[in-house]
Design a protein around this ligand. Structure first.
Ligand code: ADP
Ligand code: MG
Length: 200
């Protein structure tokens, strides 16, 4: 699998955020997106997730089913945890597993993997910020998607959870996945880096 992004440009409310952005990423590689607040890291991830239109450029993904749109090959985790407060952790993951297709780990196994096995039936509203983030990360494990688009995934994680996150990504890369990770702090895995400049 190989991702080639060339000359990508995006405008938001008429304002150019970035242009002529190009990079490539191959199976087993992670790319850290860095740059100051407002540089366009979240914008780039949302665009790749199919949530924002591009104004120019090309995104080509080789080595996957050509009939599957790019956004359906990708897991997108925004920097806010998308959790329904009244649903338990296991219900949240059951929903995502059905919604995303290509099921992988069972919800309870995914919760064990992120250290939330004890909280499986608690409403997600009762979880701490770090636990909510771990529940969001468990979503990556309940459905197979080869591209992970992660927006500041380690925010709110303690040291042990950050190491657990590193293991999740390393396993994903070993299985031939790709990851693009916006971050302000060093990541616990080796990555290449794409540094976005402040937008005018
Ligand atoms: P980063 O994630 O690097 O901090 P963002 O991608 O969130 O940056 O934002 C890039 C720029 O786009 C910022 O200047 C931000 O204010 C602007 N922006 C974000 N959302 C919108 C929107 N809905 N409409 C217009 N501009 C937006
Ligand atoms: Mg951001």
């Amino acid at each position: 699998m190989h991702l080639r992004v060339s000359d990508l440009a995006v405008t938001r409310s008429g304002r150019p955020i970035f242009s002529k952005l190009s990079f490539t990423l191959s199976a087993g590689e992670a790319l850290a997106l860095t740059g100051p607040n407002g540089a366009g890291k979240s914008t780039l991830l949302r665009l790749l997730a199919g949530l924002l239109p591009m104004s120019a450029g090309k995104i080509v993904l080789d080595g996957t089913d050509p009939d599957t749109p790019f956004s359906e090959e990708a897991h997108y985790l925004g920097h806010r945890d998308a959790l329904k407060p009244a649903l338990s952790s296991v219900e949240v993951l059951t929903f995502w597993r059905a919604m995303l297709g290509r099921p992988a780990l069972a919800p309870r196994d995914a919760l064990d993997r992120v250290g939330l096995g004890h909280a499986a039936t608690l409403p997600s509203a009762y979880l701490s910020a770090g636990q909510r983030r771990r529940l969001s990360l468990a979503r990556l494990l309940v459905a197979h998607r080869p591209i992970w688009l992660l927006d500041e995934p380690t925010a709110a994680l303690d040291q042990a959870s950050e190491a657990m996150f590193g293991d999740l990504v390393a396993d994903h890369l070993t299985r031939g996945g790709l990851a693009l990770i916006a971050t302000h702090t060093p990541l616990p895995i080796p990555t290449r880096t794409l540094s976005l400049k402040a937008s005018a």
